[in-house]
Design a protein around this ligand. Sequence first.
Ligand code: NAD
Ligand code: GLY
Length: 370
Amino acid sequence: MPAATTASVLHQVPIDLGDRSYPISIGTGLLDDPATWSGVPQASRALIVTNTTVAPLYAARLQKTLEGRHRAVDIVALPDGEEHKNWQTLNLIFDALLQNESDRKTVIYALGGGVVGDMAGFAASSYMRGVPFVQVPTTLLAQVDSSVGGKTAINHPLGKNMIGAFYQPRLVVCDLETLTTLPAREFSAGLAEVIKYGPIADMGLLDWLEVNIDRLAARETDALAHAVRRSCEIKAWVVGQDERDAGLRAILNFGHTFGHAIEAGLGYGQWLHGEGVGCGMVMALHLSRRLGLIESKFVERVTALLRKAGLPVVGPALGADRYLELMRVDKKAEAGEIKFVVIDRPGSAAVRAAPDAMVREVIDLCCRPA
Ligand code: NAD
Ligand code: GLY
């Protein structure tokens, strides 16, 4: 894609966390504009952490812009894919930092999707006990969710995102133009996390999505800007009250308990994270209905929107025993009891346990062999 000639900040969303506060800039042409980066701490060195898919698309452009700000800007391109979100790949970031003689002021820029962002953030949290980092999310999912709020992690073969840290970026830059090169399947996966914010927090967003889903799918700039801004505002509202995930923040995991089981059960990289979350939301909605919290009509309404967004709404037939085994490794589980994010009324979510028999019924209803 040609470099943009003019940059435009369409929205700024503040994340209010006291001395860890930072802005999210949402706009077009931001990668190429030196003004975008003016709030980043002064440092002679910077490292752009990206992957082998995103590097040829955007790394040189970002490097060129940042060279006006840092004396040396290095790039490390990690192997692409959720299956590489592990210790071995994390170590490539530390190798690059040490080989480049990076000091404790070195700024790490995470240029890519949630996998790159989570790993670069974790590396930033621990290199020399913490260096500044900036999130430059290039997938829809990362712009509306993973780049915001400071959760960083890698996977363990026994559980997703099990090893990590809370570590806030200094700035998040969502350049909507990067979304034009995103494959359709990845774009749909990102829509799952946008849709998520409706049932848990904002029925106005759900109404808007139902009307505008085709404009979003066509990646119209004003539709994207609205979806990213509203998602970031809701995430900022939640994270501002519960940065360390002690209570309210759990609602952001709507659909994730079932979704993580799908991802882990099939093997990371088979279903995309957002696909697991989308289907997981359908399952969590059925559970909410069985718990007597919502009506079937609402389950059908959200399911129809997910389907329209191009997401799978039928889960893989892993078997109820396997689902339950995988869900017991979830971070919300307490003493082996699985906790689910349920919808307690449209636009509001809560965390609840549910009888195994009811969860089995939901799995049997929602999952089929491929
Ligand atoms: P991803 O990082 O794997 O990116 C998806 C694919 O798109 C990759 O192949 C990537 O190389 C490619 N890509 C990225 N930007 C592109 C662009 N502009 N053009 C073309 N291709 C591009 O996946 P994701 O969906 O962004 O993120 C999923 C990850 O985020 C999971 O590991 C999940 O656990 C994590 N996550 C973290 C949080 C959090 O709060 N930290 C929240 C949600 C999800
Ligand atoms: N995506 C879940 C969270 O940030 O808490």
